[in-house]
Design a protein around this ligand. Structure first.
Ligand code: M6P
Ligand code: ZN
Length: 194
């Protein structure tokens, strides 16, 4: 094992409770409020208002103790609260992996979607409990809660994958996802309005 820059963590048991949507033991927990999603919703006025009106938690990410280090395989459960900002469904920031590595998402509860964009084409996976969405290398990815309950999914990804948020701010995600009578509908991507 001498060629590891960071020594690997020891083998461990992680309990995944799909009903409760928990991982035990827990590692780092991340909470993203509306103010953390600057420049992502199309309607900047509505986003400003939401930040001023309580700045709600939009999503949280609970990880296991497996670190985000090259050659490890970390996991996390993300919970996106239900809601819309000027009709646009609440979502994660979305990111690209700088070195183009794959990732899998497993739907746990609620109704969501996995939006992927490779800079040219978009792809959408309807995420429900038991569905695995596969993110191939080179596809930026964002999760969206298209239901009225919290949407939870498990992510498993290479520890050295990284999170390039600038790529999404620069290139967008190809499409936006809005609430509609039929549930959800797509609109062509356009940058956030000032
Ligand atoms: C999943 C994984 C994480 C990611 C999280 C939130 O749990 O893909 O790596 O951090 O979703 O997404 P984002 O980083 O785009 O806010
Ligand atoms: Zn990722």
């Amino acid at each position: 094992m001498s060629d590891f820059i960071t020594p690997p963590v020891p083998p461990m048991t992680i309990h995944f409770d799909a009903q409760a949507g928990t991982l035990t033991p827990e590692g780092p927990v991340l909470e993203r409020r509306m103010s953390d999603l600057e420049g992502l919703f199309a309607d900047k006025g509505a986003w400003d208002e939401a930040v001023a009106n309580g700045n709600p938690v939009v999503y949280s990410v609970v990880s296991t103790p497996v670190p985000e280090v090259d050659r490890e395989l970390p996991q996390s459960i993300t919970t996106i609260e239900p809601g819309t900002t000027a009709g646009e469904f609440w979502m994660t920031k979305g990111h690209q992996h700088p070195n183009h590595q794959g990732e899998i998402y497993l739907g746990i509860s609620g109704q969501g979607g996995l939006l992927m964009f490779d800079g040219e084409n978009t792809s959408w996976v309807d995420m429900a409990p038991g569905v695995i969405g596969y993110i191939p290398p080179g596809w930026a990815h964002r999760s969206v809660n298209v239901g009225s309950e919290p949407y939870k999914f498990l992510a498993v990804y290479p520890g050295g994958a990284g999170h390039d948020y600038g790529w999404v701010l620069e290139n967008g995600m190809g499409q936006r996802v809005y609430s509609s009578d039929a549930g959800h509908e797509f609109a062509p991507f356009f940058a956030a309005q000032a």
